[in-house]
Design a protein around this ligand. Structure first.
Ligand code: ZN
Length: 182
């Protein structure tokens, strides 16, 4: 178990398309060790999601843990710590909604990104069993953000208006919370 270094924007691994895990890899103890490191790293960072490429491992693997409860986006549903192996997204509601996103690999910044409002996620659990769940609102954005990392994409690539990219301190002072709620 270890907290790994989180790669920052500019590292080439963050821009690669990660490869899928094979059936043999999914059952292997090496994967369990990697997941333990990801869990430790996420807890240490204070973030809500981490994709394997963010710690330099170009595999289609991500973890998400959302505490839930009241937030500036309203009441958020809790997502207990879940491991997503080879996840895929299907858009259920393509109408767009915007949130101010941040990223552990782009520290200190926030940007306003619009994405589809409703999605279904399919993935394999750590036993290789298929799982599926549907998400809307803020959670739909979180999953799209995390799984973009598996395709070498960062949220800043999806900014439509670069005047809505801010440092966190300026966001706190000048950001528009009404717009953030959408
Ligand atoms: Zn990110």
């Amino acid at each position: 178990m270890a907290v790994r270094e989180i790669l920052r924007m500019g590292h080439p691994i963050l821009r690669q398309r990660a490869r899928a895990l094979t059936a043999a890899e999914i059952g292997d103890s090496k994967l369990s060790a990697l997941i333990e490191d990801m869990v430790d790293t996420l807890a240490d960072s204070g973030g809500i999601g981490l994709a394997a490429p963010q710690i330099g491992i170009p595999l289609r693997l991500a973890i998400i843990r959302i505490p839930g409860g009241p937030s500036r986006y309203g009441e958020i549903e809790e997502v207990p710590l879940t491991i997503y192996v080879n996840p895929e997204i299907e858009v259920l509601d393509g109408s767009e909604q915007g949130f101010w996103e941040g990223c552990l690999s782009v520290p200190g910044l926030r940007g306003y990104v619009e994405r589809p409002r409703g999605i279904r996620v399919r993935w394999l659990d750590t036993s290789g069993q298929p799982q599926a769940a549907a998400y809307q609102g803020f959670l739909a954005t979180v999953f799209q953000h995390e799984f973009d990392h598996l395709d070498g994409r960062l949220y800043i690539d999806r900014l439509k208006d670069t005047s809505k990219l801010m440092f966190e301190e300026e966001f706190a002072r000048f950001g528009d919370p009404v717009e953030a709620i959408d």
